[in-house]
Design a protein around this ligand. Structure first.
Ligand code: NAD
Length: 488
């Protein structure tokens, strides 16, 4: 269905401080996932566009790197104030194109603002260190200098927050930046770019283009682009990492996930179930930190599943903008097909659906809805236990001991996040020590590190060395130089 013509806007690129009509480029629909209506059209940038943007960004970089960091961060103080003022508006745009609940969208905008807050501290964060008299009369100091043009390629699920893992850090470090957000959710990054424009960055320091694989390839191939920050699915992360590294670029590529939530027999069931529901069904499972496999240890399985099922059946699914909604739709019809394909496969491979989200599709013809789904008696070798589904599907694997749970988690190809629910400090400590996963929660459903810590996936969930945000981001977006001096 297409919304009334006047409402279907065509997005623009933001290049060298100006909004450009992208006439003549191919146009692609953006949907409101709660209604299925087309709400906007997005043009895809060509290789010629990327060349033009990269040149403008490079020219801007040569001036921007000369601006003292104390002055550079003033833009981010203004940006923070503008984001605060428009936070609710940005969250509503986000829900309208992504589907997640408005409360969840507000939370993610808050996380985005926190990135900007951290970047306001760049004068302290970017400092080097020094030692005088390393040899007689010789002093040594390290300094950090920006790289040049940096590019960011981001996914649909956090269209405000994930881009801000990148450009505030890169720009406050003295780089210029080109953002290529998800072609499924470009409205939110467009609004946040308008606010950055209002905050008053010099032209060309921040640029926004839209597109898909061809646009990404043009960014990777462009000789003026020095560094690529990528967040998305694992196969694309690996591809971007390998191709950009082969071009001599610095790369950080964050990938997909398959996250386990381990529940011990001594866990506080009421609180654990609340956290598990938020983790598995929050944002309709479209989070890289979503709990996807519930590992029930020993005799906890029956009481845990009883309570979980009771609460899941009461979960209110609907339009994310409605205040009573607890879970929204999936982002597109194609993505819903993929998620339903996984549910079909779970049934075919012999797992037992305690609660089948496909039924909701008979009731709701509008939008891209699928209900929460729980599979019991899932074996670790089943597809639904191994692959990222990125939908509201929770697979329950029953194990006998903590040891078995740890081995199960460690056998995954992914290593983004995992949580243990227990009242036993020794079990929690052993879990945190032995688990081969980058972000670990203890009695926490979504262990998302805040802006001043790194976002630390392992294995196929991350390709590179320096992670997103935290101190890693400053290292990623700068080159280190060591200066030794002697004066006669
Ligand atoms: P995606 O991989 O389909 O797309 C991500 C970006 O890559 C988009 O900008 C897209 O245009 C581009 N892209 C897509 N295919 C490409 C190709 N073949 N070559 C080059 N570029 C390509 O991911 P998505 O569906 O937008 O987002 C969901 C995925 O992102 C999930 O796998 C999720 O786990 C992951 N994710 C990871 C993190 C993390 O921090 N590790 C955070 C958020 C999302």
């Amino acid at each position: 269905m297409i919304a009334a013509a006047a409402e279907v806007r065509t997005l623009r690129f933001y290049v060298n401080g100006r909004w450009e009509e992208a006439a003549g480029r191919s146009l692609h629909p953006i949907y409101n996932p709660a209604t299925g209506e087309t709400i906007a059209q997005v043009p895809y940038a060509t290789a010629e566009d990327i060349d033009r943007v990269a040149r403008a960004a490079h020219a801007a970089f040569l001036k921007w790197r000369e601006v003292p960091v104390v002055e550079r961060v003033q833009v981010f103080y203004r940006y923070k104030a503008l984001l605060e003022k428009h936070a609710d508006e940005v969250a509503r745009i986000l829900t309208t194109e992504n589907g997640k609940t408005i409360e969840d969208a507000r939370g993610s905008v808050r996380r985005a603002i926190q990135m900007v807050e951290v970047c306001c501290g760049m004068p302290s964060l970017i400092m080097g260190y020094s030692l005088d008299n390393v040899a007689k009369g010789i002093d040594c100091q390290t300094i950090r200098q920006p790289l040049g043009v940096c590019a960011g390629i981001t996914p649909f699920n956090f269209p405000a927050m994930v881009p801000m893992w990148m450009y505030p850090f890169a720009i406050a470090c003295g780089n210029s930046f080109i953002l290529k957000p998800s072609e499924k959710a470009p409205l939110t990054p467009t609004r946040t770019a308008e606010l950055l424009d209002e905050a008053g960055l010099p032209p060309g320091v921040y640029n926004l283009v839209q597109g898909d694989k061809a646009t990404v390839d043009a960014l990777i191939q462009h000789p003026l682009v020095r560094a690529i920050s990528f967040v998305g699915s694992s196969p694309v992360a690996k591809y971007v990492y390998e191709t950009a590294a082969a071009q001599g670029k610095r790369v950080q590529a964050l990938g997909g996930a398959k996250n386990h939530l381990v529940v011990m027999p001594d866990a506080n069931l009421e609180k654990s179930v609340e956290a598990i529901m938020g983790s598995a069904f929050g944002a309709a499972g479209e989070r890289c930190l979503a709990g996807s496999v519930l590992v029930a240890v020993g005799e906890v399985a029956e009481p845990l599943l009883n309570l979980l099922l009771e609460k899941t059946r009461r979960l209110r699914v609907g339009d994310g903008l409605a205040p009573e909604t607890e879970m929204g739709p999936l982002v597109t019809g194609d993505h819903r097909k993929r998620v339903v394909g996984y549910i079909d496969k779970g049934v075919a491979e012999g797992a037992k659906p305690l609660c089948d989200g496909r039924k909701l599709m008979d009731e709701r013809q509008d939008g891209f809805f699928v209900g929460p789904t729980i599979f019991d008696h899932v074996r670790p070798d089943m597809t639904i236990a191994r692959e990222e589904i990125f939908g509201p599907v929770l697979s329950v694997v029953r194990v006998k001991s903590l040891d078995e749970a740890i081995n199960l988690v460690n056998s995954s190809r992914f290593g983004n996040t995992t949580s243990i629910f227990t009242n036993d400090g020794k079990a929690a400590r052993e879990f945190a020590q032995r688990i081969e996963v980058g972000m670990v929660g203890v009695n926490i459903g979504v262990a998302a590190p805040m802006a001043f810590f790194p976002f630390s996936g392992w294995k196929n969930s991350f390709f590179g060395d320096l992670h997103a945000h935290g101190r890693d981001a400053i290292s990623f977006y700068t080159e280190q130089k060591v200066v030794m001096s002697r004066w006669f």
